[in-house]
Design a protein around this ligand. Structure first.
Ligand SMILES: [Zn+2]
Ligand SMILES: [Zn+2]
Length: 443
């Protein structure tokens, strides 16, 4: 699988894959090197982009935005700047307010938007480019998430975290001079976002084994290769060496490309992301300071690894007994659980889980039989997830938080999220498998 790691081989391609689908990768250029931002003016000129808008915040403008602006000015490229301001809670959020700020700065002449920042700035710019039909260019200032090269924009709309289809960047200029100076906690968060791929990939494979959900081995392998690159360079990531940060950035971009290939976040986002989103939504409702996405995902991936490991010793006879006793999930009980857990945003969550006009619900008896029949395959998938202690060791080595307590997520919220976060997305995960087996994910 070594050649999968060569990002240039995957750029600007359209091909029919062994999975049966046609994959379109619109990303045309990825530069991960020292001084990468110096290549931006030439790229823009070759692409005939003469008027651009830089979207940043105060911090990322100082980290890279000013340097980019100077480069563009001396090349004679028209450039405006939109500095996203913090919301009433003193936070930068990809919400309605921030999107309007960018929209107001767009002129008819603006051909492209350059996102200069980390995940949030990218999500704001990505959605604006998509809805206003402008070219999107990524200039990451911290290797903190895998969302730079991806296509969906996780936005906070009326307090509910939703991933809205948006567009991928045409180009990513990842300048190692900038990225190696990123704050240590953001670097560790990028590693945490990657570590979560062990459990997101396993969740995808569960969906494939049990619900015949389509899977792409190439996208799955590409994500694994990106993850392995990060595992192989933990110490360099911890110490923010050029080689370490480069590997982390490659991993994050490969994960992004795998999402571009399948057209959604399935390879990169499973139960660990649902937990993270649940915590985030609760923090917003309680007006608490936001946590770094990847820091949450890293901690949540350990909690998911616990669930995988707990199932690894269950044999087929026990599975049969569990299934016979387990109450099957149904729409009525789900609606009750969602209403109790999600409060003001319950209706949106119900719609996510029970979209109108969707296929008939899973038929419980035949699905239970499928679980039993597929148990050897499930055990094989579980066997590919490292142990929780291994997860903890890697995260500690990278310098990230390990426990919910270190993050500031209370035991009650952890328990509640393990029971209810499965509803964040209508996507099969280890938490949903536990429910079918009549097992609680919370203890
Ligand atoms: Zn993520
Ligand atoms: Zn494929």
């Amino acid at each position: 699988m070594a050649n999968l790691a060569n990002i240039d081989d995957w750029l600007d391609r359209e091909f029919t894959c062994a999975c049966g689908k046609k994959h379109l990768i619109t990303l045309k250029k990825v530069l991960i090197e020292r001084g990468a931002i110096k290549a931006i003016p030439e790229y823009l000129q070759q692409a005939a982009l003469q008027s651009v808008l830089l979207v940043a915040d105060e911090i990322t403008f100082a980290a890279a935005g000013q340097a980019v602006l100077n480069q563009l000015k001396s090349a004679g490229i028209q450039a405006e700047v939109c500095l996203i301001t913090k919301n009433e809670h003193g936070e930068l959020a990809a919400d309605e307010r921030a999107i309007v700020q960018v929209m107001l700065k767009l002129s008819p002449a603006t051909q492209a938007i350059l996102a200069i920042g980390s995940g949030t700035i990218h999500d704001i710019a990505r959605f604006t480019c998509y809805s206003a039909n402008r070219v999107f260019i990524s200039v990451p200032t911290a290797p903190s998430v895998d969302g730079f090269a991806s296509v969906g924009a996780p936005l906070l709309l009326q307090g509910f975290k939703q991933t809205i289809p948006a567009c991928a960047p045409d180009a990513v200029f990842a300048d190692l001079d900038v990225l190696c100076l990123a704050p240590q906690d953001m670097v560790a968060a990028g590693f945490g976002d990657m570590l979560g791929k062990y459990t997101s990939l396993a969740d995808w494979k569960l969906g494939h084994a049990l619900l015949d959900e389509s899977i792409c081995e190439l996208a799955s392998d590409m994500t694994s290769v990106g993850l392995q690159l990060c595992i192989d360079h933990i110490d360099g990531i911890r110490n923010r060496t050029e080689a370490g940060i480069k590997s982390l950035m490659q991993g994050l971009i490969l994960s992004g490309i795998s999402m571009l290939m399948v057209g959604n976040s399935r390879p990169a986002s499973g139960g660990e992301h649902h937990l993270s989103h649940y915590w985030e939504m609760r923090f917003i409702q309680e007006e608490r300071k936001a946590l770094l996405h990847g820091a949450k995902v890293g901690v949540a991936s350990i909690l998911m690894a616990n669930l995988f490991t707990a199932l690894s010793s269950i044999e087929e006879d026990q599975v049969r007994d569990l299934l016979a006793k387990a109450l099957s999930p149904d729409e009525t009980s789900d609606r009750e659980a969602i209403t109790a857990a999600y409060g003001a945003i319950a209706e949106q969550v119900i719609t996510e889980n029970y979209p109108q006009g969707a296929n008939a619900a899973i038929e419980p008896l035949s699905f239970k039989q499928t679980i039993l029949n597929q148990w050897p395959a499930i055990l094989h998938i579980i066997g590919q997830v490292p142990s929780p202690s291994q997860f903890s060791q890697w995260l500690a080595q990278a310098g990230g938080p390990i426990t919910p307590d270190q993050l500031g997520v209370e035991p009650d919220l952890v328990e509640e999220s393990l029971n209810n976060a499965m509803f964040v997305r209508n996507r099969f995960t280890i938490m949903r498998l536990n429910r079918w087996l009549g097992l609680s994910s919370a203890n």
